[in-house]
Structures are given as structure tokens and as C-alpha cells.
Design a binder for this molecule. Sequence first.
Ligand code: 26Q
Length: 846
Amino acid sequence: MVVYRGLPPMNHGPSRMKPLRNGKPSSLLYELPPLGMDEDALALDIRRYFGSFLGRDKHCRSSHYPYRAFVLAVRDRLMERYKRTRIAYEKADAKHAYYLSLEFLIGRSLGNALLNLGLTGPGTAAIKRLGLDIEELIDNEHDAGLGNGGLGRLAACFLDSCATLRLPVMGYGIRYEYGMFRQNIEQGRQVEEPDHWLRDGNPWELERPEHTKRVQYGGRTEHVQDPRGRIFVRWVDSKDVLAVPYDIMVPGFKNETVNVLRLWSAAATDEFDLGEFNAGSYPESVAAKNAAENITMVLYPNDASENGKELRLRQQYFLASASLQDVIERWELHHGDDFSSFADKNCFQLNDTHPSCAVPELMRLLMDEQGLDWDEAWMIVSSTMAYTNHTLLPEALEKWPVRLFGQLLPRLLEIVYEINARFLNEVSRRWPGDNERLARMSLIEEGDEPQIRMAYLAIVGSFSVNGVAALHSDLLQKGLFRDFYDLWPTKFNNKTNGVTQRRWLASANPELAALISDSIGEDWITNLADLKKLENFADKAEFAKRWRKVKRLNKERLAELVKQDCKVVFNPDALFDVQVKRIHEYKRQLLNILHVIHLYARLKNGETANWTDRCVLIGGKAAPGYVMAKCIISLVCKVAEVVNNDPDINGRLKVAFLPNYRVSAMEIIAPGTDLSEQISTAGKEASGTGNMKFMMNGAVTIGTLDGANIEILEEAGLDNFFLFGLTAEQVEAARRNYDPDAIIKSDPDLKRVMTLLESGHFNRFEKGLFDLIIAAIRSPGDPWLVAADFRSFIDAQSKAADAYRDQNRWTRMSILNVANSGKFSTDRTMEEYNAEIWKLEPVTAG
Ligand code: 26Q
């Protein structure tokens, strides 16, 4: 087979390094005795790293260097396991899955690495012996905020579970220089500050310049014939960018497995600069270099697609192309140009449509670079790609203007057109003459500005399409993707999300974890369903007492955070009522704050019979351009200011907006929460995963029948869940003749809330500040039906307050929530992905 390789060789990093004369490293270089896993060995390594590698001494006053030294000692232990794992995978000739995601919201790594390596005890002791405090060191780590929210955090939990299940799964993502922005609150307004998380270096990553890839942009295609008459396509005159990989190791729980997350960073090519330089424009060449490196500069901070931004498309293609080239490079190492078993050994999971350029890109690589014909290539692509959808909001579906796509990725556009032509052929064979259906299903949406529908591209290119909770998957099949479900019903499936109990219970809530393990053993750490055994303890007074004590401690910890970051004092005896997540109208933080205003009005009116003291915490970031979301943050802040400073309220109600909500904050928040707010308009939240973290930590949910709440309710039972609101079906019906003004008139409580809000009581010095919000609530077109669910929300809240006053009853509910949270482990989720989509064999490493 003739293989065309049109690209000049790379001149980056390793190519400048001198090769070994006989081409092989001495085995003495890489075969090492295993590192000690005890306190002594760790303490010695930490001292050596601190004094020798980092060159610090007694004058070092910062806890940063001891932290660094500790991380390096831990990383060595990850590294040796990573190598053994790789050898085991190679030996087993294991099939691999690749999780392609524009986001991995990792948070901090130290605590998790210690836990999974079984080093928490020895590490804590070693640090103590060196006269330091482990919590203080852990606090030095800047969150790796390479994600917006749910979708990014899910990717991180998935990697933890895959490593724990010994599955050969590798993550591929982008190493953004700037992660999710830091949120400051100034005068009740969100102010964004860039998150330069790599400023102090990232001791967890390892640069791998020898695996650098070249990614093409722009230029044009040439269709040329080889001597045997075969047509080949060359992508020429492109402006290329290098993708340099950085690896982060992902340990499984005490199983000797270490998988890897490979993050790509953009770098300019050398010839690029030289060309410009020889033409006499040195500054332009340096500027061009900058433009190339801009590709991985910053994470887009919106968690609903912001359409049409060229840089975003560059990022998406950058990830897809570099990752696929990387997999193919490894394939060629063992199989040369024989791709006949490629599909048996590889599987790509697309985390939403963001990496869906992978579909046409793999076609291109197989045809243009490897010389396969269309049918061979399509067979491989359509049996290795799987797509996960994470949203039901039609406005959040990604589309790219054909014009932009063609300018940036001319070869990919040709391939997309060909995929579409063949696909529409299939549709018209199935439904002859149904032109409306053809237009509906086409990968190209026609109009003034024709657009590529990326979700459709992903569906057509994949053998599996899944939603992330039962209701969500159901609604995808009945609604958004109905035509595709009619065509290929067996492609569609559900994989209900989860979270990793290692981070979200064992590590975030060590006291509760210890109490649980004390009662039912430690199996739950890798088999969460085991928590069911806690049901036997729900009515044991002694156990309940210990449970309450742990919750109390965690509430004190949370109160400390709130005091530090919000300057508001929370009383740990009060009901801690928490809603933390991205700020979105569909998530209805607004409904939450209306309830707060209702409570405030009650107190002001002396309606304090059966009162329950309550502390309400709301946190989350708004996309910088999302005006309404920012307005909602302001409302929370202003209501907090009024309520907290009103002497009539006297501490019986407290409200705080927590700035800069992030993974490491949730690790303190979830354990200290009593009531978990999951109050989205039914049919809008695909799954939710915060809901699971709260449940696992003994919070009771107040929620709608939306996303995974439905499954949480199924597991916990109606007695242990505060249910309210319209169902997804009722929401659709209610929209048709929705009259919020009538609802407000007929409900005295809602009327009173609206009167307070409209009187300007919360914005006395900024008239009109909340007009947008008031108009939204009163609009017959309000898609989120805030007024419609107000009454049932208030009633459910009042039931929650009553339940909390009976501390025995509440503790029982809390225990039963944890006992029934077993389903919501990503271990279960990953087992389902593997059994039904990836079909990998677990491999024992070490
Ligand atoms: C797309 C294009 C351009 C710019 C940004 C984006 C973009 C980025 C992030 C679009 C969407 C996201 C993130 C979506 C997300 O986090 N969805 C959540 O996924 C969770 C995990 O499945 C679910 O639990 C949540 O219900 C869902 O909202």
C-alpha cells in the first residue's frame, strides 16, 4: 500500500536531542528497586527533595517548598507504578478506551494520590515527624480548574474509577494555561480574575516532548493521483501548530494501577518563525508564534455552548487531531500500517460534541495518511467512536458555520460533506421521498449562514449514543434526537452518572468514612453498594449520636469557610441549606432566593411558630457574558446583606454567597450540608452530580423530578427526600398557557415576596437593579416556570424545616441517604460503560 506523508519532519524538542549511539538505553538506567512505602522512606525522600533538588534550607519560610518536596516523593511512587501498568497493558495486548474531553476538572491531587497509594497514614506521620502539618501542605495546592462544572468533574471521576477498576483507559485533554476564572465578589457583583494556575509550576505533570504532534489549520486541499492511479488528498499551505503532551498520572485505589491523563499544550513550529524572519519581519514572526500558542491559553468559561468562536474550534480540533495521531503513532509501533484489528483494540468516548471533530479527523488520518479507502476507514471510525450527550437545552447544541469550518479545516469539511451525502442516502432509502426528514436530519443546517450540527455528526459517526441519567436518555430519544432514534434505536442507551467515593467520601469526609468503616468495614471504598449495610444502624441510638457528632464537626468546618470567605457567621445548630453549582436560570437559584425572601418576610411579620433556624449558602460561577446569571448573583448578595444585618432577624436566618466555588471548596461544603438544593425545572438538568456528592455525605435532598434526582428519590425513598414541583411532562404542558401574574395574585406568600422585591427593599441605592429578574418571573414566556413551582417549593421547604427540628428523625434520614447512595458511584457507571460500550478486559498491574 502506498502511504503518502506530505508533512516535513518535525523539528521540535527531541529531534534536537542526541540519540544514544546504539539506539537503546542501558537497562541499568531504568530498572530500579521499588521505593519504600513507609514513613521512613517518605521522610527521607522529602528531605532530599527539599534540600537537594529544590535547594532549600532553614531559611525557607514558605510551606510551598515542603509541599513541593512531598509531591515529588509521592510522584516517584506513582511513576514506578505507571511504568509497571504500561508494561502489563502491553503484555496483555489490551484493548484501550480513550476519553476525549475539552475539560478535566481535577481539583487538588495530593490528598487523592495519598489515599489511592495507601500513603495517607505514612505520609501524615512523615510530615509530622518533619515538624509540619499535612493539612497546611495540602492547602498549598492550587486547584487544577480545567473545566467549567459537571461535565469536567465527571471526566475526572471517571478516570479515578477506571484506574480503580484496572481498566486500560487514557484521558486526553487540553493543558490550558488559564483554567476556570477566579470569581471575586465586589459590591455584590461577580468580577472575573484570570486563573494562572501554572504560575508556581505543576509538580504533578511530566512533559513528554518526544511525543509532540503537528496539527494543521487553514490552507487548502489538493487532489492528486499516485502512479497507480489512486486519488490522494493533500492538505497543503496550512499553518501548523505543535501539540506537546504533558502527562498526569491517575492512580487506582490500592491496586498498583496507574493510568494517565495526557494534556496537550500548543507550541509554534520552528519553520513558521524562520519563514517570516527571512522575509524580514521578525516582530511579525514572533507575533505569529504567539498566535499559535494562544490555542491552549484559556478555558472557555461558559458551560452552555457559546457558538461560532474560531478559537474554540481551533481548540477542539487541536485536541481531536493530536490525540488521534498519538493513538495511531502507538498503533504503528506495534502493527505498522495494518489497521485490520484497530477497531478491536481501540475505542474513543466523546465527552459531548466538543471533541467531535474526531469523527472526520480519524477518517482523514486513515485515508490521507494511512492510505485506507473510504469504506475501510468508515468501518473503523463508526465502530470505535461513542458519544455522550450532556444537555437537553436545544440552544446549547453546538453548531459551526460551514464557512468558518471550511476556512480553518478545509479537508475536514470535505469529509463532513461526504459523510453527510452517504448518510442522507441511507435516510432516503429508509424513508423515500421524505424531504422534510432529510432537511431535519442533515448534518448541515441550511439558512443564511449554513451550519454544521455537531451532535448529528457525532451520532452518525458513533456506534453508541448515551445520555447521563434515565430521564435524560429517555427525553433524548423522544425529543432532541428522535429522528435518529427512529433510524437506529439500538445505538441509544443510558449511563447514569456517578461520582467517585474515594474523593467525595473517603478523602473529603474522613470522620464519616471512619465511622462507616468502623461499622460495616472498608469494602464500600471500592464497592459502594455495601453502604446498604448502614440501614441496620439507622435506628441505633449510639450510632446516630456518633453520626450527629461527625456532622456537627463538618458543619463547624463549613461555618469556618463561610466566615473566612463571606464574612458571615453561621450557627452550626441551624439547618445548613446549600445550593452550589453553576449559576443558570434553569437551575433556579432564583427560586431558592425567593424562598429566602419568603422566610425573611415571615420573620419580619412575627410568623415564627414552629420556626427552624436556617443558614442558606449559595455559590457558583456565572459565565462572564450571561447577564441574567450575574444579576441573580447580585440578588443573592443583596438579600444576604439585608437579612444578615436586620436586627429583627436576630440570627434565625442567615444567607451567604460563597465566592469562587470550586472542587476544593465542595470538599468542605458537601460534608457540612444538611439540605441539598436540586431544584432545576424538570426536564432541563441532564443529570446533576453535586446531588450525589451531597447524598453520599448525608445531606437530604429537596428536589424536582429532574435528571438523576429521580434515581436518587428511587433509592432513598419518599420518606427521605423532599419532593416538589411539576414533572417534565407537566412543564411542557404548563408552558402553553402560563400566567405567572395570576399565580402571584392568587398566592399571598408569593405576592408578599414579589411586593418586597418590587419595592426595592433589597436594592435601595440601586434603583432598577433587579428589574430584569422581576420581569423574568412575571413573563408568560418564562421557560423555567419559577412562579409555577413556588408554592410546592415553599411547602416542601417547610416540611424539611419540620423534619430538622426532630433531630432523631433527621439523623435517620441522613443515614438512610448515605446507605442508599451506592448506585451513584462512578465505579458502577464505568462498569456499565465498559460492559455495554468499551468491552475492555481489566488488567492486573504490578
Ligand atoms: C461548548 C462550546 C463552546 C464553549 C463552551 C461549550 C460548553 C462547555 C461546557 C458547553 C457545555 C459545557 C458543560 C456542560 C455540562 O457541564 N453539563 C453537565 O454535565 C453533567 C455531567 O454529565 C451533568 O450532570 C449536568 O446535568 C450537565 O448540566
